[in-house]
Structure formats: C-alpha cells, structure tokens
Design a protein around this ligand. Sequence first.
Ligand SMILES: Cc1cc2nc3c(=O)[nH]c(=O)nc-3n(C[C@H](O)[C@H](O)[C@H](O)COP(=O)(O)OP(=O)(O)OC[C@H]3O[C@@H](n4cnc5c(N)ncnc54)[C@H](O)[C@@H]3O)c2cc1C
Length: 493
Amino acid sequence: MNNKDTSTDVILIGAGVMSATLGTLLKEISPHTDITIFEKLDQPAKESSNAWNNAGTGHSALCELNYTPENPDGSIDITKALNINEQFQLSKQFWSYLVNNGLIEQPEDFIRSVPHMSWVRGEDDVDFLKKRYEALVENPLFDDMEFTDEMEELREWLPLMMKNRIQTEPLAATRVDTGTDMNFGALSEKLFQYLAKQNVNLNYEHTVLDLKRTQEGAWEVKVQNNQDETIEYHTAKHVFIGAGGGALPLLQKTGIPESKQLGGFPVSGVFLACDNQDVVKDHHAKVYGKAAVGAPPMSVPHLDTRVIDGKETLLFGPFAGFSPKFLKTGSNMDLINSVKPNNALTMVLSGAKNLSLTKYLIEQLAMSKEEQMEDLRAFVPTAETEDWDVVTAGQRVQVIKDTETEKGKLQFGSEVVTSEDGSISALLGASPGASVAIELMIDIVRDCFPEEFKEWEPKIKEMIPTYGKNLSENPDLLKDVHKTTAEALRLTK
Ligand SMILES: Cc1cc2nc3c(=O)[nH]c(=O)nc-3n(C[C@H](O)[C@H](O)[C@H](O)COP(=O)(O)OP(=O)(O)OC[C@H]3O[C@@H](n4cnc5c(N)ncnc54)[C@H](O)[C@@H]3O)c2cc1C
C-alpha cells in the first residue's frame, strides 16, 4: 500500500450525472457512508452529461414518437410512454427536494419550461399522430396535450417552421406546454459541489484502469493519477461504474458473470446549432419529428430551443454516425478491444442482424453540411447555411446482449447491470438515461443494499413522495406533483 491508497464504503467511477445522482442519494439516505469518486478528466460532466453533448430533453414522452410504437393492428402502444413519464415525475420531485432543502440553488440553471411538440407531414403520419394523441390524452399524465392540423394554429405554434413553407401535404402537431429543457451538465456540477461539501473524496484526473475482487469480497480498484502517472489501489465494499461509454470496458474487467455475452455499439452524433437571435426568437419549443424508415430511434430529428451558457440557442439533429470510440475522449481501439471470447458471437450476430443500421450510420456520417442543411430545411424552410454551425455531440454506446428470446439483441434504452451479490453495478446505454437517473439509481441502491434499503425507504419517500405510487391512477396526486415541482423548480409556462 502506498500512502495514497485508501479503503472506503463506496467508490463511484465517473463524474457524470449518474454518479452525481447516486452520490447525492446515498448522502441523503445514509449520511455516514464514505464515498470516493474517480474521474479521468479534470472537471465533472464533460462527456455525455455536458449540455452540448446531449439533446437536453427532459424525457417524459410528451413529444418523442418512438416511445409510442404502432401495434400491428394499427392501435398505439403507450406502455413505454406512461413508464417514462412516471419516471420523470420522480426526477422532478427529487430535484425539488434538493432545491427546497438548500442542497442546490438556482434551478433555472438546469431546468426550464419549454413546450414539447411532435410534428409530422403526410397523411399516414398525420393519422398516426392523431391516434397517438387520442390514446394519450385520456391519461392524466398527458391530459394537457393539444392536437392541431389547422394551418392557422400551426403558424401560431411554430412560426419559424411555418415561415415561407409551401404546403404540399397535410401537416399536424401536438403540443404540451409543461415540457422541459434540461442542462444535465449544470445539474451535475451543482451536485458535485454539494458532494464536495459533504466530505466526499472527489478525485479528478484519476483514470480507473482495473477492478479486482479481494478475498474478503470487496473490490480493489486500480487507479492512475494522471498528473504524475502514479498508480494507486483503493478498496470499497461497493462500486458503481458510472463511466458512461467507458462503463462497458470496466464492467468486462470485473469478470462477473453478468458482464459476459454483453457488448456495445458506439454511435456518434452531430447537431446543427444556431445562435443568430433573429432566427432563435421565432422558435420556442422542442419539436420532435418522425424517424426516417429504417433509422434507429436515437436519430429522430428534432429542433430544440436550448439555453446553454446563459444563451438561447437552436439545436437541430442529432445526425447519427459511426465512430469506434466509446467516449468522445476515447480511443479508436475501444470497439475492437471490447470484443472478448465470451461476447464475440453476440457481437457478430448483432452485426449481421443490423447491417442496415450500420449502412444507415455510415451514410449519415458521410453527409456534408449542405446535405444536413437540406434535412434541416424540412423543418425550417428559410434556414441559411451561414447561421448554423456543426457541433459534435456525445458518444452513445448502445448495449448488445443475449436475451431469452434473441442472441445479439441491440438495445436502445438505459441498462443497469448488477452483480448477484450487489457489490458492483454499472450503468450502460443512453436515453432516456439522464432524465430518469433517480429511478435508475434507487433501483441500484435497492439491489446493492437490500437490508439497509428497508431502513432507507422512508427517507426516499420523504424526498420523492410518490415513489412506489402510480400517478396515472392518482390524478389528484399528479396535480399536486405538477404544482409543487413547478413552484420549487420555478417552471413557468
Ligand atoms: C447525442 C446524445 C443525446 C442525448 N439526449 C438526451 C436527452 O435529450 N435527454 C436525456 O435524458 N438523455 C440524453 N442522452 C443520454 C444522457 O446524456 C446520458 O444518459 C447521461 O449523460 C449519462 O450519464 P453518465 O454519468 O452515465 O455518463 P457521462 O456523463 O458520460 O459521464 C461518465 C464519466 O466517466 C468518466 N470516465 C470514463 N471512463 C473512466 C475511467 N476509466 N476512469 C475514470 N473516469 C472515467 C468520463 O470521463 C465521464 O466524465 C443523450 C446522449 C447523447 C450522446
């Protein structure tokens, strides 16, 4: 042991929104837990959680059409939409608790009201949107959703998108004024500032290289201090791998059975960004369209009002692409290095099944800025090339795994992997990730600390009063949640 080596209760790897959320949750429910955090970069939230690297949508299925697929009989399946909306209500309550209790301040730095709209063209998609609206509006979670296919109203809702539009086909939109724009980077920074005050041992410029189980059943974490390149060894009874795209390689190093037959498929992305205020002032919404046929759900085009670094900006995209890196700051060898004897078949089968996806991503990657502008002009006919800059978004690593029914299945959501004894957990995948972080982290705490969880549950319910309750079936409670969270988070329509 050198004098920097430590032993602690919990080690969190990575300083993104997931570790920030788990650390804060643990400090609230069990203040005496010793926590150490290792982050390879020199600041928190510089990878996926950074505002420029994700779309900042407070995912609650108000506008994302991929959460409401069409059944073969033409009806709309709203199961996923209900689930994600319920999860986002938990997130809002958790953040409200943090603000109301002075743990973090100025919620407008990380959450703002921005209407969420879906917008479609053509008879089939207009039919789909109408059916989706009718299926959702019956539910209290979506009862403030509006639908229109009237040109006058569309012009009012979407002035920038309707300006100089030559109408050749039916158009329709839905609108919910209680949608949100999130800055997960600002939220993470606030949480790490709070954690630093709680004596959490925060180590930037420390890269985790390896993890080994000790004879006592704890974990020894090998860490490189990037400033002087020395190697340190730290042990903990519990480890959370919140390393974003870097989580899969670290999980593989643990050798736990749950890490086998598991792979990752990296997807890169770019946005077009506009901060010309003459353009920005005419759009105030997050407007999600419908993905092109054959396109993956993460490439649904959307035109979003964002507030980043105090400035209102429009972001369009993300255009998906292929890059072998697992992190923006990763290596071109990440994908190759993640192929192991135990997941080679899983990866090969997934590759064979998803050739059209790979082709789609390579085509997207090859798009010139002018071709991207053409896609944007479907949304904003008057868009001028000089007003829009290309911004590289974060890397997503979609999970590939063997399920009971399918080998090499490509997953598009967020996945938690926990060892059977609950000593180690990892968070893989992407959206709705950050929006539903608190529910994911509570699940981890429940699985990793089953005994203590019973004792901690009342505090969780104090922080998140509707935890464990179904809000779709409790409209009065839902109204109360909307009111109290809007007040705490200063959400004004
Ligand atoms: C293009 C795009 C759009 C998205 N849009 C949305 C959206 O609209 N709404 C939404 O809710 N979610 C969205 N997401 C998903 C969301 O960004 C993620 O779910 C979330 O940021 C993941 O947080 P994290 O803490 O797990 O990872 P990250 O924020 O990536 O943090 C991981 C950290 O771990 C560090 N790290 C990695 N390896 C190591 C190592 N070996 N040692 C030490 N540190 C390490 C990294 O440097 C990084 O700081 C989007 C993602 C992308 C890429």
